[in-house]
Design a protein around this ligand. Structure first.
Ligand code: MG
Ligand code: MG
Length: 252
């Protein structure tokens, strides 16, 4: 069942989203050569709690930490484990919080220090793919338009969309209906209506789209060992179009 949110509910999600945007900006700034994923995890916990929020990833389906950090060929759901980040690494941060009962979920990929040209392009194209998906998430369109916008941009640049992981509705729970795939056909799928709140999260591989899950049961890695990239925003659909709730500098 798809729950459309009322204006006062979206306002609480806006407050949650602003807090998460602040936290993610701070965490992204920590990505420097020598920092460990555990240090980023501790900062996530501290910064979320000091904003009167709860780090919702902790204990979610048994997840042991406060955010996911995925490095290099790790795609998503990497567990902070003390790994030391090195110059040139691609580092994806995926974080969520609960504020007054409402979720925000967002993430980004940053390069540590200087990235090679292909890495820079992978990051740019994935960020652009999220933006294209957001622009397609307007009343009257359908979720297939969102997926198509993401997929078309990624594939036009020679990269591949990871299968089997999607965006999602969000609100009182992190994962609500509907699923928001990163691929699709224009004009297909559920109609996008005001009050719909979703997380859009393109996951893009440098090489082939295949993935597998590591022995820890969480960490997803590329099958071909090449790198992966990811961006995510929580958005609310208004009468006039999408509003990004997790953008840094979003209105208070
Ligand atoms: Mg998500
Ligand atoms: Mg997320």
């Amino acid at each position: 069942m798809i729950l459309l949110k009322r204006a006062e509910e979206i306002d609480l999600m806006r407050q949650a989203g602003r807090r998460l945007a602040e936290v993610l900006e701070l965490l992204a700034g920590m990505v420097r050569p020598g920092v460990t994923t555990t240090e980023i995890d501790r900062a996530a916990n501290r910064e979320i709690r000091r904003r009167d929020s709860f780090p919702g990833f902790l204990g979610f389906e048994g997840f042991p930490k406060h955010l996911c950090v995925s490095v290099g060929e790790q795609v998503v759901h990497g567990i902070p484990d003390g790994r030391r980040i090195q110059e040139g690494d691609l580092v994806s941060l995926d974080c969520g919080l609960i504020y007054r009962g409402w979720w925000a979920d967002a993430g980004l990929t940053v390069g540590c220090g200087r990235l090679d040209a292909d890495g820079e392009r992978l990051v740019r194209v994935t960020r652009e793919a999220l933006q294209r998906g957001i622009e397609a998430a307007r009343p009257g369109n359908r979720l297939g338009d969102v997926g198509h916008a993401v997929q078309a941009h990624v594939e036009s640049e020679g990269f591949s969309v990871v299968r089997g992981y999607t965006g999602h509705g969000i609100g009182r729970d992190m994962h609500e209906d509907p699923e928001v795939p990163n691929l699709g056909a224009p004009g297909k799928g559920i109609e996008i209506r005001p009050g719909l709140c979703i997380a859009i999260e393109p996951i893009v591989n440098e090489g082939q789209p295949g993935t597998r899950v590591e022995a820890d049961g969480w960490t997803v890695v590329t099958s071909d060992g090449r790198r992966s990239c990811y961006f995510e925003h929580t958005i609310a659909i208004g009468d006039d179009g999408p509003e990004v709730l997790t953008r840094v500098g979003a209105a208070a």
